[in-house]
Design a protein around this ligand. Structure first.
Ligand SMILES: Nc1nc2c(ncn2[C@@H]2O[C@H](COP(=O)(O)OP(=O)(O)OP(=O)(O)O)[C@@H](O)[C@H]2O)c(=O)[nH]1
Ligand SMILES: [Mg+2]
Length: 359
């Protein structure tokens, strides 16, 4: 639990972005042993139908979902079994599939080995998590010249069952990172129609928020605002840094700095260190330093910071998310950058799987 500025403890309902679950596909139905018995048809021969295939467990991604919260209430997903074959060559019915919906950006892993089995990047992607068992064969399959009355049929195959993990890495084009209270959510609300909670105490944002920036002649650009990062986040201080996984796939990172803070440069270094501790490749992304709250900062300290960042070879834009001064400039920067530069894309393969804890 964390204390807010007023000294109250706030309970953090964790945003669910990983979960373990069990899948069991349906077993195949049994094959049937039966013989044709009709008046005037002597020795009618075998006519046992096959069992139906068991249903599969299918995972499908949907852009309408944003979190794995449903997994908090359900961790077992089972498909139906196929029905048994019957006489008169009647095959069993196929078991109904179980379709589980996950948000776009979910990664499905083997729960034991951690092997990535599927990366659900697009709306409507499907992955067969557990395949239904084949139906058993009815006795007519076993009839031969030497055995015209086979009394055998096979059982259906068992449906696959296993434990899996799902991890959500939101799909966004731009990620906002910064210390608590830097003004990330305020900036998101100015760049998009999103209406995130904004308040003057740290850790107002407790779970990632998405907003859409409309850029003319381009597909919309998704911006992700994540909870604030503080020194020691990689050791779990504050809300920890697991939320950083949601900006792993973004092409662009905006570092929001509070220019009115006591020591913005130190804040910048803290943030850089924490990002590096999580995954140093994050720093290879296209980055922009956003010097926020210029309306209440000393102009000379803003100027000094701009020069320091430029000397470091970093791009910087000073603005006030609250008053809106500089918002057009940052929109232009985003449009230009998306249009003209090759952005290290949302491709997860470019990043290591595990955080650089030894960095
Ligand atoms: N004066 C001034 N205040 C600002 C500006 N931008 C944000 N604020 C204020 O700073 C406080 C924190 O803003 P948020 O947008 O909630 O900051 P955040 O970075 O999202 O904070 P967390 O979610 O806690 O990490 C709020 O009181 C805002 O009104 C700005 O440009 N100028
Ligand atoms: Mg916020």
């Amino acid at each position: 639990m964390l204390k807010n500025a007023a000294g109250y403890y706030v309970i953090i309902m964790a945003f669910v972005d990983e979960a373990k679950f069990f899948v069991k596909a349906g077993d195949g139905g049994k094959g049937c042993v039966s013989f044709r018995r009709e008046k005037y048809v002597p020795r009618g021969g075998p006519n046992g139908g096959d069992g139906g295939r068991g249903g599969s467990v299918i995972i499908e991604s949907s852009s309408r979902l944003q979190s794995l919260i449903d997994f908090r209430y359900r961790s077992h997903f089972k498909a139906n079994r196929g029905t048994n074959g019957m006489g008169k060559d009647m095959h069993g019915r196929k078991g109904e599939d179980c379709v589980m919906m996950v948000p776009v950006g979910s990664i499905i892993k083997d729960s034991e080995t951690g092997e990535v089995l599927a990366d659900m990047c697009e709306d409507g992607d499907q992955f067969i998590a557990a395949k239904g068992g084949r139906g058993g064969l009815g006795n007519r399959h076993f009839a031969s010249g030497t055995n015209r009355t086979p009394r055998i049929a096979t059982k259906g195959e068992e449906g696959v069952e296993c434990w899996l993990r799902v991890e959500l890495k939101l799909m966004a084009d731009i990620g906002l990172v910064g210390l608590p209270n830097a003004g990330k959510s305020t900036l998101l609300s100015k760049l998009s129609a999103a209406n995130p909670k904004v308040a003057s105490y740290p850790f107002t944002t407790l779970e990632p928020q998405l907003g859409v920036l409309h850029i003319p002649h381009r597909e919309s650009c998704i911006i992700a605002d994540i909870p604030g990062i503080i020194e020691g986040a990689h050791e779990g201080v504050g809300l920890g840094f697991t939320f950083l996984r949601h900006i792993e796939r973004t092409g662009i990172l905006l570092h929001i700095l509070d220019s009115s803070a006591e020591n913005p440069l130190e804040d910048f270094l803290v943030l850089e260190t924490e990002l590096k501790m999580y995954k140093k490749e994050l720093l290879d992304k296209t980055r922009l330093i956003v010097l926020n709250k210029t309306d209440i900062a000393l102009p000379e300290s803003v100027q000094e910071l701009e020069e320091i960042m430029k000397d470091k070879g970093l791009e910087i834009i000073s603005l006030s998310a609250l008053t809106g001064v500089g918002i057009d400039t940052i929109k232009e920067w985003i449009t230009d950058t998306l249009e003209t530069r090759e952005i290290l894309n949302n491709n997860q393969d470019e990043l290591d799987e595990s955080p650089d804890t030894d960095a």
